[in-house]
Design a protein around this ligand. Sequence first.
Ligand code: ATP
Ligand code: MG
Length: 553
Amino acid sequence: MSASDSPVSSNFIRHIIAADLAANKNNGKVATRFPPEPNGYLHIGHAKSICLNFTLAAENNGTCNLRFDDTNPEKESVEYMEAIERDVQWLGFKWAGKYHASDYFEQLYAYAVQLIKQGDAYVDSSTPEQMRADRGTLTEPGKESPDRSRSIEENLDLFTRMRAGEFADGQYVLRAKIDMASPNINMRDPTIYRIRRVHHQRTGDAWCLYPMYDYTHCISDALEGITHSICTLEFEDHRPLYDWVLDKLQTPCHPQQIEFARLQLEYTIVSKRKLLQLVTEKHVHGWDDPRMPTISGLRRAGFTPEAIRDFCERIGVTKNDSWIEMGVLENCIREDLNERAPRAMAVLRPLKVVISNWEDGKTETYQIANHPQKPEMGSREVSFSKTLLIEQDDFMENPPKDFKRLVPGGEVRLRGSYVIKCEEAIKDAAGNVIELRCSYDPATLGKNPEGRKVKGVIHWVSAQHAIPAELRLYDRLFSHPNPDTLDNFLDGINPNSLEILSDCRVEVSLATATPDTRYQFERTGYFCLDYADSTPEKLVFNRTVTLRDSWAK
Ligand code: ATP
Ligand code: MG
């Protein structure tokens, strides 16, 4: 699906909510939540869910909670929780409340006791292997465990002792007593509690018993008064269990689970497990590496929250799995920055140009507009002097016919300044052009004189005024459009996803650049200061995106 054929203003979940409001369901209230597991950094797929949940709430005067689904302490950490909070806020959203599934451990336990008392849960001593073997298949029913008929008293006693730490990890589990013959495997007496002696980042060693996701999630939703529990399609088959638990417990409210298709984006991966592997195996330089599809990586690369929100709106929300082209995301940031980014000049691969008819030691300064269409964005000062630097590839000795830049004996305009003419190319012993001698025409400052048209315009900096900088040119992390479909997704990695140019020169106004300002470096792309590695002594800029889509078919 491309961005253009998706309705921007509506989606099926908006329709459901509008109908619920019209029927005064939930007393006209809308409450959603974004429920990440703090086992990694958020990625662009999560952004889709964040935008959806927060926007639906905001549009309807409702609330959206941030809830950490922290029931798997082995894989979770405070670092991840902090990163998630930062990312949600950076995207521009404010949660009504911040909760943790672990806030509800006591309540969840009490509900489990209630299930046991009702005869709806039992303690099982089957080994994991036995449970797997007894679960059955899509075509065959499961087999009931001998423990299924254990008495309520015995279940209560065992469950109390499970909590007290009397048993080894894995010795017992608590299972919901539903139906081993259900066509839906999720309903075949799913485990709802397991014994696991792991330190929890919030509850410490208070518990050796942890609730399972499916059991925890629906109760957490109900305790928070969520009205619409929006999740991705893989939970569709879990919905009967979601509803079963809440029906059995008669919780104060019963949220409606609604599933939508997860974002799948070409040329990248959106799975925390695989992103973690990229980080731990050092295929990238961390979770916030600008090539990562994480929100922190996109931020470091120079993406704006507005562009990401725009992307999430454009891709729409449906129930059908589809792949979104990477170009859709890249175009969102291009369009945003084309409007907003001040222009600046940076020379990536410098070639020396000496202006022979310019006085030694003389400097002229001009004001150049920061944005060609937006005078309100002001201007900055640019200096011109005898020795300039231009891009090596803006000069060609033997150019093809349509080459509009500098050639021997030819003219070109320096952006915002004079027209220069190439008088001589100086070469080193190996025959490489190392310097150009040019003349400038004083009558051409900022305008073409009558009857003379100079087509080419190139960017430049004054050698004595320019500041050295490192520019990091990022490309897509994967050269395979669907790395997830490979036996090993790592085989799809683009070996040329990062090119570091360490001898660039940028115009002097960039000395005061901050990571929050994205620039359009004339003719080379959108860039922003790297917040981690840039220092006043050595500026480092990341390329957010090229000016045009170089991957377009
Ligand atoms: P991953 O597969 O990357 O680990 P997850 O679903 O396990 O993702 P959670 O932390 O559980 O990650 O996700 C929090 C919320 O974000 C869930 O509601 C989930 O459905 C949603 N989400 C995760 N990935 C995507 C995606 N690619 N597109 C849309 N929503 C997503
Ligand atoms: Mg998950």
